[in-house]
Design a protein around this ligand. Sequence first.
Ligand code: SIN
Length: 557
Amino acid sequence: MIPRYLISFNTDTLPSVECDVLVAGSGVAGLSTALWLSRFCRVVLATKSGLQVSTTRVAQGGIAAVMDEHDSKESHVEDTLVAGAGLCDPEATAVLVDEGPDRVRELLEEYHADFDTTDGTLDLAREGGHSRARVVHAKGDATGLEVENALGRALLRDQRVHVMEHAFVVDLLLADGTCRGALLADRENSTLLTVWSRATVLASGGMGEVYLVTTNPPVCTGDGPAMAFRAGARVSDVEFVQFHPTALHIPEEPKFLISEAIRGEGALLVDVEGQRVMEGVHPLAELAPRDIVVARMVEVMREQQVNHLYLDVRHLDPERIRRRFPTIFEHCLEAGINITRQRIPVSPAAHYMSGGVVTDQWGQSDIPGLYACGEVACTGVHGANRLASNSLLEGLVFARRIASHVEDTLPGSPTTPGPPLSFSRRSVEPRVAEELLRGNLREVMLDNVGMVRSERSLKEARDFLAENADLLDTEYLDVDGMELKNMYMMSCLIASSALMREESRGCHRRRDFPETDEWNWRRHIDSRMAEGRVEVSTRPQPSRPPWELKVPASREE
Ligand code: SIN
């Protein structure tokens, strides 16, 4: 039995706050949803750490959008569908691509984001899987930071958004099947409280921390999809965990991203002998979609019995490299590597959850009143593998859509406290100490449910997870313990979906099923919790050729 809630509580005894909409998360999705919503309602934005901590902040590459008259939306749609390996929702993809350019213009004009330009024209970079240069960037390789700063400045001026920092959203609260807000843990005062709302938006990011090596900050523990799952929402495509090919490989150090844009500028991916590893593997060579680059890297590293390869930029203009990639240049220099003179050691690291909480094109989950935006959501635009720089874009586009839907549908009556809700159980003693278990879990996930999987490795992971199932009945009162339960829950869903999918597609690679099985597996795996048990089903992805796509009517005025 999976408990419905992470901890025992009784809303009757807890302090409470009321607002129109609760937004959980402070990356691009959370900030921009809150800013759109605040134009017509009162918002509480809760973030588990400080406002300054998010995956958006460390995003380097940029925002993919058709901003150049020589580019076309058809081409961006096509590249996204190809990267998604047959599992993108074509309509949602068309929405993403169609509305993206307006969202980028708003960042420039309304929020004064300082994107890189030459003579007043946006500089556009090329990244893996894109057939054109279409990635807008800022300060060379600090795009996420610029977007966060621009939206963050606006948020701090906004009187209608109440920001709660260090507020961990523990669980969603439902009444009559509708989401009515959430239970929060105030980390600074070590207290619980309830936030009652008429709509709730999960924008809490991904789950990279589930893996021992990740480009994500440690806050990415899968809280959003895990709590939505416990509340009964459908979670899908979670087996498609994207590994970024090039994280700086320095043993024992957190993984620092080396942007794909560096390969767009001509960096070569080579082995220890200096041989290019992508040549002849894919027509786009180093710029092949990420899943293909990672699969090739794993193959070469296995053959050569090494744990990293190299990026080489020494043939490129050193001045341009320093100017175009100042963050990467400085970070590597601090680590003792002058990238204009030395090769950069790189290895893949968990980077992005392509699946998540299933939503429609307006960001609505299956639970009335619950929306999901950004990495936590499965809008269908990423399919089995996200195209580079489509993630900031997704956050911006669907934030606008969610706000527009909430504006049209928010119940007219003011928010009132929900009905009394409570939960209690007898806690079991933990078998394994919390920190040790977190480390073991991350290691097992990397070794067995990582870039290349097999029935054997997945069954080993399943056994490990089963042995530690008592963790779900342990009452951890600290946030680290609650995060561990979320990581555990996501690990169970990822491992079981990966075991079920007997094929290789996108970011899901099976050594024992190396081919893509269009006949049986052009399908999504959906998981949902019903009466404490996981219910799993599959759903076919209808294929539509891109030329048949109609962009759904926009709600914008
Ligand atoms: C990168 O800069 O390589 C990361 C961008 C992304 O994940 O889309």
